[in-house]
Ligand binder design. Structure first.
Ligand code: EPZ
Length: 417
């Protein structure tokens, strides 16, 4: 299943480009189903999760073409609304096809995506919202059979600002009669990017990026051309690589605003950070300082997806750092692997990690358990003495475009086997 061989202990220095956002590209590719036309999506990252989404689009009849980072989706020929179980299972966020399929066909049949490495990941908020929009949903044998005799706009108050639920509601609303108002909506930049794409297709959406989003009914969506926003989580991953290994780097193609939640943590750890247009310059201190407390929250709070890589870089910091994971219930699976490398981390009630910074980390054979946890192992390995073998790197390939290529450009000794 592939592994990274990393020889750590070398300072990094160089410049790298930033990929398009996985968590923006996926809902936008789903949205192409709700649109009857040929959409062109630029800056679409080449990831296994994106490939899985393209397979789903082809399976329901769309014509899909990738030329470099541009993906063209012709949904004029889409001819089915059921997604086979094997494709649904390839990627957790396949549930976001639900709203788009119902919007286009008035029906959808998908298997419930089920939990994954980081938690149960229920979809109750998705389903209760769709039911409020006049969708009948029968859950039998792990398959969700959804039908409607007409989507109706609704006032939906989310008990939690779920990213996926917000996206599904937006995708269903564009096909509904009447206005939909989402209260306590997710505010992530990926929500704004999805709204921008839908608006360019003719939707009328107010408030994306805020807690209340209004989606007006619209007769028909026509295809559009769109450029996906940069991946803020991968940007923070590259930053953590530099912080952990030492040295400096220029990361091109960033959006400063999206990185606002993580910058204070890197600066508290002693990194110098400067921006020039869409470039970020980061320089690591000789030794990182502890960060007293990091608490993951919905945007604009500290992103849960950056939790693991921050923990990895703080493993060698001076002092005690505390990380509280408030979003997912099982997102510390990288901790035992970091401990194999010499980290001193203890987890309390599954949600709080106390990191006692150590002077050195040592290369070891470690296993990726999920996408961001796998990236954390690479971050730690770059700052460790000796050779680290990170296996099960298919997790990393789900969200990072050829991580080894980017890190090699910064002078890291990393290769894929
Ligand atoms: C999206 O997942 C991202 N995935 C995740 O990134 C990210 O960690 C997460 O948002 C939070 O920012 C994509 O965008 C493809 P949620 P999503 O619904 O939509 C609970 C990565 O590494 N919840 O905001 O699944 C849920 O259990 C991935 O790129 C319900 O209880 O996240 C969790 O505790 C990992 N019921 C919390 O809300 C529901 O119906 C946040 O989930 C839905 C969610």
């Amino acid at each position: 299943m592939g592994k990274f061989i990393i020889n750590g202990g070398k300072k990094l220095d160089g410049r790298i480009d930033l990929q398009g956002s996985k968590n923006s590209a996926l809902p936008i590719l789903s949205a192409c189903v709700a649109v009857d036309g040929i959409s062109v999506i630029h800056n679409c990252p080449d990831l296994t999760d994106v490939s899985a989404a393209l397979k789903i689009l082809e399976c329901i009849g769309c014509r899909v073409k990738r030329e470099g980072s541009t993906v063209t989706v012709d949904s004029t020929v889409v001819n089915r609304f059921d997604i086979p179980d094997n494709l649904m299972r390839e990627m957790r966020s396949s549930i976001v096809f639900l709203g788009a399929l119902i919007s286009r066909f008035g029906a959808a049949s998908v298997s419930s995506p089920g939990g994954c490495e980081i938690g149960l990941r229920p979809i109750d908020l998705h389903l209760s919202a769709l039911r409020r929009m006049n969708v009948r949903i029968n859950e039998t044998g792990g398959v969700l059979e959804c039908t409607t005799d007409g989507l109706c706009g609704a006032n939906i108050n989310l008990s939690f600002p779920s990213v996926g639920a917000t996206e599904n509601i937006m995708l269903a609303s564009v096909g509904a009669s009447g206005e939909t108002v989402i209260t306590n909506a997710a505010r992530e930049p990926e929500i704004v990017d999805l709204a921008d794409f839908l608006t360019s297709c003719g939707a009328v959406i107010y408030g994306a990026g805020e807690s209340v989003i209004r989606i007006k009914p619209c007769r028909k969506l026509s295809s559009a051309e769109h450029t996906v926003i940069p991946d803020r989580i991968v940007a923070s991953t590259f930053m953590a690589c530099v912080a952990s290994a030492g040295g400096k780097a220029l990361i091109e193609g960033v959006c400063r605003e999206y990185l606002a939640p993580v910058i204070p943590v890197f600066e508290a750890a002693g990194c110098d950070i400067a921006f020039r247009k869409n470039e970020l310059f980061i320089k690591a201190p000789e030794r990182l300082s502890r960060v007293k407390s990091v608490v993951t929250m919905p945007y604009p709070g500290f992103p849960t997806d950056s939790q693991a890589i921050i923990m990895a870089m703080l493993a060698k910091s001076r002092g005690t750092s505390i990380i509280s994971e408030k979003i997912f219930e099982n997102r510390f699976r990288h901790v035992p692997e970091l401990i194999k490398m010499g980290a001193d981390i203890r987890v309390e009630d599954g949600r709080v990690a106390v990191i006692e910074g150590v002077k050195k980390l040592y290369g070891a054979n470690v296993t990726s358990c999920d996408l961001r946890g796998g990236c954390a192992l690479a971050v730690a390995a770059l700052g460790a003495e000796g050779k680290t073998v990170v296996d099960e790197i298919y997790h990393i390939d789900r969200g990072c475009e050829t991580l080894e290529t980017s890190l090699s450009q910064l002078g890291a000794e990393i290769k894929r086997e």
